[in-house]
Design a protein. Structure first.
Length: 534
């Protein structure tokens, strides 16, 4: 017989006592309840430091892949909540195991999934496991909310200028309690103050970044500040003093303000919570009205009036950037060319007063000045023409063109495999509706008639066979049509010069990104590296 043992512990300690105990008890259960199991095949899967709220656990996913391949006899775990604390996930797992003929055993609950009552009790237990998890999570959220409103530092990555310090706070009934608060790092604090001062002066993130580079001021990782990093610092209310102007700013924007005018003017800074929505993958920034703003224990660096002005400038800059648009209408190689001196990408920049003329300039040089990169600019039109001529030569009849067309044919075929035809979809829906009607007819009166059931089964088989033929025919028609498109495109490429001349700028950009892996510019020579698919 083959057995799979799964164990899980939410908190990673590196010791694994709980994990080892779970596995040992599962082994003892197998040896005691399955005669002759001393020599059986037992595979153990251990996830330490993973929650039961979902199934995104490396060893659990590995176990499910092995179950599909090895077809074991039984999956054994210590308790039901070790598998999952989510009812939906647990139900799907039980259905999957049932389809594959794998028995499921929880050694503590001892559910008999072979009986309806045992299966029902198992689902009820999973409901209570999820309820327990959600209750614990709600209690933790409530506690964190109360601590946030008291101005506590709740952990996480400390903002630039601070470290987290553990301090003794309260002694209750002989017990010492500790909390965390922000402690200043003087050298970083001076950098933050400089960032705010220069932004108020220059009103430009790029200008501040260039100034910091020239002054040799780096981030805590020893790198030049990025524009995103500067914006994060300027938007962080941790540097804002808890004064009347700050109170007015956040009150006007309907934030959850946890301090009054009496708490203002004491020199402390602010702490804001719920600034991001971590339920979404990229953790987008929440609007200010969802923030919880409280007075912290640390010193405020920027007065509320200046901090509010900075926010208005940032919003104005963002609106202006949106109006400009992300792309120009002339350059073909923006982002494709790399500067070999600093490794940065090169982008098109129109010459002053000459919209029809442009150069490719290194982003490092553009943002930080010649001191950061002295690479000579690249004439835009000449570079575009050079790359287009290179592609025209590459696309002439021969192995290069054959590889290109073969790649395009593969893409057409793969796209066809991914996208069923409209006719097939329509017919599938019609077959599904007819099958539904047959099932309803069976339930409404023909359930006891054997001949009636046989007729329904025969009709269902006919529908499935018809659907299979329709889909096969539709796929062949579409493949022939797409093959014709590829051949037509091949004929067009037989005259590459005319082909590229007829293309629009976006079409040329798309072709370049398909055929060109990268271009390199060292200030004197442009090197073109074609992609392997080209």
């Amino acid at each position: 017989m083959k057995f799979k043992i799964y164990s899980r512990k939410s908190v990673f300690t590196g010791k694994g006592e709980s994990i080892e105990n779970q596995v040992e008890m599962c082994r003892d259960y197998i040896f005691a309840n399955f005669p002759g199991s001393e020599d059986c095949d037992i595979t153990v899967y251990e996830d330490e430091g993973f929650s039961g709220k979902n199934l995104d656990r490396p060893q659990f996913q590995r176990m499910m892949r092995d179950i599909k391949r090895d077809k074991p006899d039984c999956l054994v775990c210590y308790r039901l909540d070790r598998i999952s604390r989510n009812v939906g996930d647990f139900a799907a797992l039980i259905e999957e195991l049932g389809r594959r003929g794998v028995a499921f055993v929880c050694i503590r609950e001892k559910f008999d999934t072979g009986t309806p009552m045992g299966k029902a009790m198992m689902y009820i237990a999973s409901v209570f496991a999820q309820l327990e998890r959600e209750t614990i999570a709600e209690r933790v959220r409530d506690n964190m909310l109360m601590l946030a409103k008291m101005g506590r530092w709740l952990g996480g990555t400390t903002p630039t200028g601070y470290t987290s310090e553990r301090v003794r706070e309260i002694i209750v009934e002989g017990k010492v309690k500790f909390s965390c608060q922000l402690k200043e790092k003087p050298e970083e604090i001076r950098t933050v103050q400089t960032i705010y001062e220069k932004f108020l002066e220059l009103q430009s993130l790029s200008g501040v970044r260039r100034y910091l580079h020239e002054q040799g001021l780096r981030s805590r990782r020893g790198e030049d500040f990025s524009l995103i990093g500067l914006r994060e610092i300027l938007q962080n209310p941790v540097y804002c003093a808890a004064d009347q102007e700050a109170l007015n700013y956040f009150t006007a924007r309907c934030a959850d303000v946890c301090f009054t005018a009496e708490a203002c003017g004491r020199g402390r800074g602010l702490l804001a919570y719920n600034k991001r929505d971590y339920t979404k993958g990229h953790a987008p920034r929440n609007p200010v009205e969802k923030w919880i703003v409280a007075v912290g224990k640390h010193r405020g660096l920027i007065c509320g009036r200046d901090w509010a002005v900075v926010q208005e400038l940032l919003e104005a800059n963002r609106s202006g950037a949106r109006r400009v648009g992300a792309h120009n209408s002339y350059a073909l190689l923006s982002g494709v060319i790399r500067c070999t001196r600093c490794g940065g990408r090169m982008f098109a920049k129109a010459r002053s007063g000459r919209d029809e003329q442009y150069d490719y300039i290194c982003r490092t040089k553009l943002e930080l000045g010649r001191g950061a990169c002295s690479c000579q600019n690249l004439h835009g039109e000449q570079a575009d023409d050079t790359v287009c001529r290179c592609l025209e030569a590459h696309m002439r009849p021969g192995p290069g063109l054959e590889r290109l067309l073969e790649g395009m044919r593969r893409e057409f075929a793969e796209e066809e495999e991914r996208t069923p035809t409209a006719a097939a979809r329509s017919r599938r829906e019609a077959c599904g509706r007819e099958l539904d009607r047959l099932v309803l007819a069976l339930g409404s009166g023909g359930g006891q008639d054997g001949a009636f059931v046989q007729r329904i089964a025969a009709r269902a088989a006919e529908l499935e066979e018809e659907l299979r033929r329709l889909e096969a025919a539709a796929q062949k028609r579409e493949q022939r049509a797409e093959s014709g498109k590829a051949e037509a495109l091949c004929a067009e490429f037989l005259d590459p010069a005319q082909c590229t001349a007829r293309m629009s700028v976006p079409e040329k950009r798309a072709l370049i990104r398909r055929l060109v892996q990268r271009c390199e510019w060292d200030g004197g020579t442009l090197r073109i590296f074609l992609s392997a698919t080209g």
